[in-house]
Design a protein around this ligand. Sequence first.
Ligand code: ADP
Length: 476
Amino acid sequence: MVFNSIRSRLTALYVALLGIILILFSIILYYFLNNRLYESIDNSLKLSASVVRKTAQLDYSRTPLPGLEFLFEQFLGYGNLNKFYRIYDGSGNVGSRSKNIDASKFPLSQDAYGRALKGEMTYETFTVADGHPIRVITMPVLRDGTLVNLIQVGTSLEGVKETMRNLRIFLFTGVPTVLLLSALVGRFLARRSLEPVAKITHTARDIASGGDLSRRIPVPEVQDEIGNLALTFNDMMDRLERSFAKIRQFSSDASHELRTPLTVMKGQSELGLSKLRKPSEYQEVLSSNLEEINYMSHILDDLFILARADEGQLPMETERVNLVTVIEDVCKNVEILAEEKQIEIKIAYLESAEVIGDGHRLKQMVWTLLHNAVKYTPEKGLIKITLQDLGDYAFLSIQDNGIGIPETDLPWIFDRFYRVDKARSRSEGGSGLGLSICKHIVEMHNGTIEVESKMGEGTRFKIRLPKDRAASRKIA
Ligand code: ADP
């Protein structure tokens, strides 16, 4: 039989365990009761034999003992009425016996006589001619070491056999009935408690076949293991839905970003080819196309960096990086652009701070932030740079007094292709990927990046970079 569902396996396991316990219990109960019944019969036989031994008449045992039953009744009560007695003399001849016993039905055994000569008692079980089981005690009476009498008391075992037979019937019918009932109840309970799992499977299958990521599993009221499973499943679906939405958005943004320069190139090329033109006009078309090609390759480079970062495969050096050198190097490059707009780049405070990381990537990050500051700050603006060593981490701030970012755009500013003003960003040669890459670089160094901005007043980026691994845990 193949148990291909948890429900069947649980039920089978439960019934098997219960079966083993019940069978063991039945065997123990049967043998214990059997022994106890024999023990109590033996005790009562021994008591009766002792009473006989104590009677003074034993010296003379040749005549029947008419008063013995009366004597037992008086000493031991009515419980002894179903017993029979025999008294032998020392040489093994029957002296007296109770009336309800026929001597021929069970003789005195050699074994019992031999043991009696040694002064030992013997318990024996016989089956008499009509098939009745009887239990007999043979008790010796010794005087000065010589066997003078042998007392035999017997009783029927029919009662014990009957009790044990009834117990057997009870156990042989009761145990299978209990097992059958528990299998049915167990199966029912297992089905009920696993019902929510079936619902989860059903919903998951629907989602897989229909692709509707907005579907959720009804969470049971009781917060048990299955309730938690449903919650976890729904959480997972939330995240999946968000990720898919992001991927969709990203694909459409990426294709749009690449389509725009292609459309421009196509339009200009078609226009250029529509009639014969002067060499200078062709040159103009080619240089405009080259600009668009540069823009596209810039986007593709950035996308490549992000794709590798997503896969966790962006190579990262781990070396001691002096942030002062990084800032000074980047400033030299950006200053050329800043001068065109007469923007002043002021190093307000530069404290020596070293971090463990990738110097090239950190330069890329500072360059993007400074370049953005120049792009989005009007002529004659001011950019302030601060670097502080705050013990566990280095703190870098890049602040401008440019156009600022609207409050509603701030939460999305690090998203891929997100730009407050697409036209302006494009005209500045921006791809909308710079800040996403900055965030990746900072996170690769276990740091944090924050932005503060006010429209018309300016923007400030604050970066915290841990100086070593131990510090990175404190910042996180
Ligand atoms: P882009 O290539 O468009 O500059 P980024 O990812 O670097 O892309 O920046 C995303 C957007 O954030 C920009 O388009 C711009 O709208 C805004 N932004 C970034 N830096 C600044 C800044 N210093 N001042 C104002 N706006 C900024």
